[in-house]
Ligand binder design. Structure first.
Ligand SMILES: [Zn+2]
Length: 491
């Protein structure tokens, strides 16, 4: 994600876990699935006890009245023998719900949709949940005050699910680690287009309506799904040899020139990060100026207004870092944003602008130790969901990677990035795994380095070598004990 705004701070939340054994003797072996996915930043998001393999969404949307009718089929596998399980689903009304084709009882509490199938689901068994729903979808207000999910616009909707908006338009297991394949079929009035993820399989005109059928077979986290709808000029060029869809709101037509640079970006990133991870690419440029951010929706980022080329580079870099390799938990967000920010700087360098080293030096010189709003919170410890998208996650996160490049050498640095993208492709990984990989690839103990850059509050100093093996700098009067070698980083 890339935001035009700054957002502020909040404390963490506790995990609420409800799990137990049903009292009925006949059901003794069956338990309730957890209503929590276990992420401390969003304890109600996600659920336990099953794993989704596919979402089949059949949607009909009427932009003039913001009315959505949906039929969702969710294919999942029970990880425990379940007497009951939860989905995440917000606000919309349910017309019918079945499990294995049989009507099932359900109850709703906040975003939890609690489903009791007629018969228990045995551990390891596959099951289909069908939910028929309708209503007027609305965005979710996040802890930092911003909106995500289904955001109505003057001609349709901007649909961006990070971090918790997916359940505003489809029932799901809204959990980073439960990726699935998607088929999304959307019917809209004939003049409109509905742009989703992956391959555009079909466009069917019937009477006054048009149906778009989209397939994304690569595993996708719920927050990366979209069906951004409105007036769009839709083109299907090949971008660096990859089939793509580029959709631009006519009011943002100047975006075409910027998006035309995607082949050069994808080429650059493929040489640095490894092969582009998905079968399709492109972008959707909406006219939604109130949204205030762009999002790296899988295969096809969405932009609220015509983006500059740095923003496009940022969202494309997320296809490797965020979409293919996804977080395990939200507090690891710097693995998305720091990486996309560094990639943005490398695109600037590639274009003949500042080198990544010059960008680092400029930021390091400009922001003194008292500029806590720039340096804090440290990237790997945001301190709460309200800080997920603040400046330090992006800028200091990107600087941490540039400091790493200078510390281990460019060749080793790119080896680390490529190994990261390859070893965790289509999966999930966290900060500790990144540190382990960087140490393995470089053959160095990087514990002190990463502690300084990722975890220690305040302006990073003295990361260049392990604190115990260096002479300390007592001359400046401040920060006694800090290694002199830190100053080398400024050259
Ligand atoms: Zn981003």
């Amino acid at each position: 994600m890339l935001s035009g705004r700054l957002r502020a701070a909040v404390a963490g939340l506790a995990i609420a876990v409800l799990a137990g054994v049903t009292p009925a003797a006949a059901q003794a072996a069956f338990v309730k699935g957890s209503p929590s996915g276990g992420d401390p930043y969003f304890p109600k998001a996600g659920n336990g006890g099953y794993d989704v393999s596919r979402y089949n969404l059949n949607l009909r949307y009427q932009p003039s009245v913001n009315r959505l009718v949906g039929k969702a089929t969710i294919r999942a596998r029970a990880k425990k023998s379940l007497s009951r399980f939860d989905l995440d689903f917000r606000h919309l009304d349910i017309k019918g719900l079945s499990v294995h084709g049989k009507r099932a009882r359900y109850a709703r509490r906040g975003q939890e949709l609690k489903i009791t199938p007629r018969h228990g689901l045995r551990k390891g068994s596959r099951f289909d949940v069908r939910v028929h729903y309708h209503g007027h979808p609305r965005p979710v207000i996040d802890p930092d005050g911003s909106e995500d999910g289904w955001i109505p616009t003057d001609d349709g909707a901007f649909v961006a699910g990070e971090p918790q908006g997916a359940p505003s338009w489809f029932p799901c297991n809204d959990l980073l680690t439960d990726k699935a394949a998607y088929r999304i079929r959307v019917t809209v009035p004939k003049g409109k287009a509905a742009i989703s993820n992956g391959e555009l399989v079909k466009r069917i005109v019937h009477g006054r309506h048009k149906t778009f059928v989209w397939d994304e077979e690569a595993p996708m986290a719920t927050y990366l799904a979209t069906v951004t709808t409105g007036n769009f000029s839709v083109k299907q060029p090949r971008i660096d040899g990859i089939p793509s869809v580029v959709a631009i709101d006519p009011r943002e037509s100047e975006a075409a020139a910027t998006l035309a640079r995607m082949p050069a970006m994808l080429k650059l990133f493929a040489t640095r990060f490894g092969t582009y991870p998905f079968g399709t690419t492109g972008g959707t440029v909406d006219h939604a100026p109130n949204v205030g951010y762009a999002l790296e929706t899988q295969t096809r980022p969405i932009y609220d207004i015509a983006p500059d080329s740095r923003t496009v580079a940022h969202e494309l870099a997320h296809q490797w870092f965020g979409d293919s390799v996804s977080l395990r938990r939200w507090h690891q967000i710097w693995l998305n944003e720091g990486f996309a920010t560094w990639a943005e700087w490398s695109w600037v360098e590639h274009q003949g602008g500042d080198t990544t080293r010059q960008t680092f030096n400029r930021l390091y010189a400009k922001h003194g130790p008292n500029d806590r709003a720039f340096w804090d919170p440290p990237p790997a410890d945001p301190g709460g969901p309200r800080n997920l998208f603040v400046t330090s996650i992006y800028a200091r996160g990107g600087m941490a990677l540039e400091a790493l490049r200078q510390h281990v050498g460019t060749q080793t640095f790119f080896q680390i990035l490529r190994d990261w993208a390859r070893q965790h492709a289509y999966g999930n990984a966290g900060t500790k795994q990144f540190i382990d990989l960087a140490e393995a690839d470089s053959g160095q103990d990087l514990g002190h380095f990463f502690h300084v850059w990722l975890y220690r509050p305040g302006k990073p100093r003295g990361w260049a070598s392990s604190a115990r093996s260096l002479p300390t700098d007592h001359r400046s009067g401040e920060g006694a004990g800090r290694p002199m070698a830190a100053l080398d980083q400024l050259r």
